[in-house]
Ligand binder design. Structure first.
Ligand code: CA
Length: 228
């Protein structure tokens, strides 16, 4: 069972999130103030923290920085606005992922599972295997069908992020925030170019995809071609 600390001052939202996550098999501990949450998180060591940025007693971003100074616990930030600048600031401050309010329990549950997969992959000796693709998070080496891939740092980061969410469509906006961590004027072009390079190195093309499936207008997902 995963223990999730939910920091949320709105009692109604906290109750709904607690119910939704409990139904999905998580143990939930709620906190309604930032400073109260900080002590509890340090003491109780939850597996993951869901942190509302708009708290009454302390700025959520400030709390995140304080937490990062003392704990490596994965943090998913809940933000009220779909504001790219804010999302980038929170990722830079050490958030592992984010959800935009209002979010569903299903979405939050999926983000929690993805974050934990990434953390466990980072921690473990075991490389991530998806079909013939192997990603070693520690050495940052990727191979396809036993052949080492010659990847740039960003290409590896992109594959790694997609592998953490395997089988899920990941939006280009999320990839820009999580992998590039900075805004771009014509943003999606950057991702398209990197995806095209990755496809070449994976031995596939947009017309004949295997691992990388684009969903027009939504994003891209990494799949095991044998499952697809
Ligand atoms: Ca709030």
């Amino acid at each position: 069972m995963t223990t999730v600390a939910v920091v949320e001052d709105d009692a109604e939202i906290l109750a709904a999130v607690t119910r939704g996550l409990t139904e999905r098999g998580h143990a939930v501990r709620g906190a309604r103030t930032g400073l109260g949450a900080l002590g509890e998180i340090v003491e109780q060591r939850p597996d993951v923290v869901v942190l509302d940025l708009g708290l009454p007693d302390i700025d959520g971003l400030e709390l995140l920085r304080m937490l990062r100074a003392v704990s490596a616990v994965p943090v998913i930030v809940a933000t009220a606005r779909d504001d790219e600048q804010e999302i980038i600031r929170t990722l830079d401050a050490g958030a592992d992922d984010y959800v935009v309010k209002p979010y569903s329990a299903d979405q939050l549950d999926a983000r929690i599972r993805a974050v934990l997969r990434r953390v466990r992959a980072d921690d473990g000796d075991e490389p991530v295997r998806i079909g013939g693709l192997t990603l070693d998070g520690r050495s940052r080496v990727a191979s396809i069908d036993g052949q080492t891939m010659d990847l740039s740092r960003k290409e590896f980061d992109l594959l790694w992020h997609l592998a953490g969410r395997r089988g899920e469509v990941v939006s280009k906006r999320e990839l820009l925030a999580a992998v590039w961590r900075q805004p771009y004027g014509g943003p999606e072009k950057t991702i398209d170019v990197h995806l095209s390079w990755l496809r070449g190195k994976l031995g596939e093309s947009a017309r004949e995809p295997r691992y990388l499936r684009s969903v027009r207008g939504v994003g891209v997902m990494l799949v095991d071609p044998e499952d697809a």
